[in-house]
Design a protein. Structure first.
Length: 299
């Protein structure tokens, strides 16, 4: 039977990897940056927090005999930029992943409830709240909340997570409205299955593919939001290291010491692009229509 076929076949996975170089790049680079974030305390060549006024604003250099190596140069306080980039990846990924976990959990739950009981007062209430929040610029809303509360890592994660769930709710609700009209859901209702059982066993597995793609893109959005707020001085506060904070540190020296801001900017750009490419690849991998086409090729 069709529903017993695996969602992702080995043949389809291999074909998509070989035919999507951008998706492969996104997968490899995201895996690499995740490993760097985990291992950064042990692989940084210099202590990223140590201030050395005698080494300030040194341009990118390779090691000369008897001197220190600063692969990407140093900042205005003599701190090694390469080490700070590696260490700063921890905060960026932490904010991206945990903010999406919070937003995704709320959005998935409310989307399932709203879609399954579509047209009821519960659906109307949830969607009116969603519409009201969508009418507000997300970044402006986050700025207001962060200014009122004390800026910090955990505050930023909570604020981004609690202001981003509406996107997930709308997408999951739309998927649920479609899935609940299928024959296997109607059959489960006819057989007397409870609403919670139908949602858990029949509807949730069929909306997870779209949810996974949106959540992947959400990580990139959260990283960009964190970098923007840290650049403005309203995000994660020193001495914690963030790529947005490194951009802020170097903006006064961009004309004379370009490397201070350039390398954090490149790190943000490549990371966000890789996650975006990974999300596009996951969409192709998990899309049901594309899956049926791939299955047809195998038969």
């Amino acid at each position: 039977m069709l529903k017993n076929k695996p969602l992702i076949t080995k043949h389809r996975l291999t074909n998509l990897l070989s035919s999507s170089p951008l998706g492969l790049f996104g997968l490899i680079f995201f895996g690499l940056i995740s490993m760097i974030a985990i291992l950064s305390p042990w692989i940084v060549p210099h202590d990223p927090f140590v201030i050395d006024a005698t080494q300030r604003l040194i341009p990118p250099t390779w090691a000369d005999e008897g001197t220190s190596t600063y692969l990407l140069g140093t900042d205005h306080l003599g701190r090694d930029i390469f080490s700070r980039l590696l260490y700063g990846s921890r905060v960026s990924l932490m904010v991206g992943i945990f903010a999406v976990l919070i937003a995704g959990s709320i959005g998935l739950l409310l989307g399932l409830i709203s879609g399954y009981f579509g047209g009821s007062w519960i659906d109307q209430l949830i969607m009116r709240v969603v519409d009201a929040l969508l009418a507000l610029p997300t970044l402006l809303l986050i700025l207001v909340v962060v200014i009122v509360m004390e800026p910090g890592l955990y505050t930023l994660i909570l604020v981004i997570g609690l202001t981003s769930w509406v996107q997930y709710t709308r997408i999951v609700r739309g998927e649920v409205l479609s899935v609940k009209e299928r024959d296997f859901v109607k059959s489960a209702k006819t057989l007397g299955a409870s609403n919670s059982y139908i949602i858990k066993k029949h509807i949730l597995p069929n909306v997870l593919s779209s949810f996974t793609v949106v959540a992947t893109i959400g990580i990139a959005t959260a990283i960009m939001t964190e970098s923007s707020l840290s650049f403005l001085g309203l995000g994660v506060q020193p001495p914690d290291i963030t790529w947005g904070g490194m951009l802020n540190d170097g903006r006064d020296y961009i004309a004379t010491s370009w490397w201070v801001s350039t390398f954090p900017g490149i790190a943000i750009t490549i990371t966000v692009l890789s996650i975006t490419f990974l999300g596009d690849w996951l969409r192709d991998l998990l899309d049901p229509k594309l899956k049926r086409g791939g299955d047809a090729d195998e038969s």
